[in-house]
Write a protein that binds this ligand. Structure first.
Ligand code: FMN
Length: 339
């Protein structure tokens, strides 16, 4: 897909899975594509790690044919490493290169990578130029609103990105200084979108399909990106897609079907020990807001085998039917991440 085709695709499929390190791996991205998400991106991958050819780094970049269009997200501060990594992304057959300018983690920003790049607009331009010079693939970027409240600069970054030929910019509506506290600033995102020559993807705190659609409409963004929201509600993309199409019929929420699909994807790429761990993690997240969720979570700790886990899943989720969970979006949930 060239740049124009990718932008058209984004506008037709305006629901994007947020990259989440340790979560949006190959299996999960395939699962979410199956569950209605339009575009997926890998978690952040170190350009320097790749330069020194760490096998573990390469594994993070693998994707399946079912995931297109798929982006590989790179981070780093060394321009030569970023250029090298960009070529690897192109050779692997990904559809776009996504740059991480949002990671707030001290280990990353100390070196001048992730959100630290936002402090120096010259460096922003240099990174864009370096990466663009290394590939014919579309290049995208994901930012925070700025380093801190006094230096919010997404509009400037969007203009530089446009000048340098990038394809879109995703904005997580918090500053680096805010970490994961407070709420994502969608008014700011809407302002940036209003003046941006570049397509904008808004991101932050979308917990329901209705919120996804309302954020899309009120912010004017070209698309919205959902991260933690799909870890509690696996149907959020399908539900939002339905709402966008004006369909009023409810999506059937069948947890047992969801676990079967998830298990199929996870076990295609992982040994049984990891399948057990992954399914436990999702069982804990999906139980949020349902009666006796805390009891289920306790029993998950002591569950040793896959058949035992499946029985627990059946016992807990089987009888839920179409029961609506309580809203848990105000409870702290995964308040740390790489973007
Ligand atoms: C566990 C976790 C890991 C994350 N890893 C990444 C990452 O690798 N790259 C990135 O750009 N953002 C990363 N993020 C940030 C998310 O992409 C997203 O911007 C943030 O979670 C806000 O969106 P949400 O409220 O929909 O989750 C991560 C977030 C979490 C919670």
């Amino acid at each position: 897909m060239n740049q124009t085709e990718l932008i058209n695709y984004l506008r037709e499929h305006p629901l994007v899975l947020a990259p989440m390190a340790g979560i949006t791996d190959r299996a999960f991205r395939s699962f979410m594509r199956e569950m209605g998400c339009g575009i997926v991106v890998t978690e952040l991958v170190s350009a320097t790690g790749l330069k020194y050819s760490s096998e573990k780094t390469k594994k993070l970049m693998e994707f399946g044919a079912d995931q297109h269009p798929v982006g590989i997200q790179l981070f780093g501060e060394e321009l030569e490493h970023l250029k090298y990594a960009t070529q690897v992304v192109e050779d692997m057959g990904a559809d776009f290169v996504d740059l991480n300018f949002g990671c707030p983690v001290p280990k990353v920003v100390k070196k001048g990578a992730g959100s630290a790049i936002l402090r120096d607009l010259n460096q922003v331009a240099k990174v864009f130029q370096a990466v663009k010079s290394a590939t014919t693939l579309p290049v995208t970027v994901k930012v925070r609103t700025g380093w801190d409240e006094l230096s919010k600069n997404s509009s400037e970054v969007a203009h530089i990105a446009y000048e340098e030929g990038l394809t879109w910019m995703a904005i997580h509506g918090r500053t680096r200084a805010a970490g994961y506290s407070g709420r994502a600033d969608w008014d700011y995102i809407a302002q940036v979108k209003k003046h941006s020559p570049l397509p904008i993807i808004g991101n932050g705190d979308i917990a329901t399909a209705a919120q996804a659609v309302s954020r899309l409409e009120t912010s004017g963004c070209d698309a919205v990106m959902i991260g933690r929201g799909c870890l509690k509600n696996p149907w959020i993309f399908l539900q939002a897609k339905n709402l966008i199409r004006g369909q009023t019929s409810e999506i059937e929420r069948d947890f047992l079907d969801v676990f079967n699909r998830l298990e199929a994807h996870v076990s295609a790429h992982n040994p049984e020990r990891l399948v057990l761990l992954q399914l436990k993690k999702f069982a804990a997240w999906y139980s949020a807001g349902y009666p006796n969720a805390s009891h289920l979570r306790k029993t998950l700790f002591t569950t040793q085998t896959l058949p035992e886990l499946k029985q627990r899943i059946l016992d807990f989720f089987g009888p839920l039917g179409a029961l609506t969970p309580q809203d848990t979006s105000n409870e702290p949930f995964l308040m740390g991440g790489h973007g």
